[in-house]
Design a protein around this ligand. Structure first.
Ligand SMILES: O=C(O)CCC(=O)C(=O)O
Length: 286
């Protein structure tokens, strides 16, 4: 393995360490038929050992540095509302920071997304870093697709904690099977979504479990989820990538959030057309 990596590194003029990171992110991570069935049934899945510890430590440094610079001007936590207290949110890092592209455009993660959704290929919709600060608040219940003008439900978010994430740090929690619930799909992230959805999802089982280092979850666009506050003294550093079916079309925006998403993440794409702007590269194709 290491001799092969040395050769790869020499060939591309990169360090062996960088070649190793690139190699890991290109390599397939097998998904079983049982895991695909579980994702379809529950609307999400948590997969262990998707990324190795060294790779995560590298990205924790790279992504952490970018977020620290770009979030430096945020007002203090106590002066922010519920949404602002939930996390520092920096979107589409790959556009301005080429150094994160190996992670954001990783074939390993894109392939898992495609296999779980049972599509032939996936594109990037966008990425975002979601860093819950020490003392940061809860993330209200919501479903992501409220924000997305998409023609089908073949969308998925990879939620990648850059450290082990115990319960006190605010790991993502899911309402199991909630991708089939239609109530509350029009609710944006807010105190209202938290209280109304807590009621409507009352009878569904919840999955609130820690994430080991290397564990990554994948959730469907209509799956309801939230996160608790970060009661620790360390940052909960998380990188996310949202993938869509490579054949996804732009739908008529159904609300203001979808209008601004269409303009921001799908520039130049018209309603009914495939979402294939310069911001939506195919990340993996069968
Ligand atoms: O990281 C969080 O607290 C929320 C993440 C989330 O809602 C998402 O990735 O869809």
């Amino acid at each position: 393995m290491s001799r092969r990596l040395d050769r790869l590194a020499n060939l591309h003029g990169m360090s062996t360490a960088t070649a190793r990171l690139a190699d890991h992110l290109a390599e397939a991570h097998p998904v079983t038929a049982a895991q695909i069935a579980q994702y379809r049934r529950d609307g999400y899945i948590k997969l262990k050992d998707v990324l190795d510890g060294d790779v995560l430590r590298h990205w924790a440094q790279v992504v952490g540095g970018i977020v620290a610079r770009r979030a430096a001007d945020l007002p203090p936590l106590e002066r922010r509302g519920t949404y602002g207290k939930a996390f520092q949110q920096i979107s589409n890092l790959w556009e301005d920071h080429p150094e994160v592209r190996p992670l954001v455009l990783s074939a390993r993660l894109g392939r898992i997304a495609a296999e779980l959704m049972q599509v032939d290929g996936v594109r990037l919709y966008h990425d975002q870093a979601l860093f819950k600060e020490p003392g940061g608040g809860f993330t209200p219940w919501h479903a992501d697709q409220q924000y997305w003008p998409l023609s089908s439900d073949r969308s998925i978010t990879a939620w990648i904690p850059l450290q082990a994430t115990p319960l006190e740090m605010g790991p993502l929690q899911f309402a199991v099977g909630s991708q089939r619930c239609c109530f509350g799909r029009d609710l944006a992230i807010s105190d209202e979504s938290e209280s109304l959805l807590a009621g409507s999802l009352r009878d569904l089982p919840k999955d609130e479990t820690p994430y080991d280092l290397g564990e990554v979850s994948f959730h469907a666009g209509w799956s309801f989820h939230r996160a608790g506050p970060n009661a620790t003294t360390s940052m909960r550093a998380v990188m996310t990538m949202i993938y869509i079916d490579a054949d996804m079309r732009l739908a008529q925006p159904a609300n203001r959030n979808q209008e601004s998403d269409a303009a921001r993440w799908c520039p130049g794409v018209r309603v009914g057309e495939r979402i294939d702007s310069r911001l939506n590269p195919v990340v993996w194709q069968a």
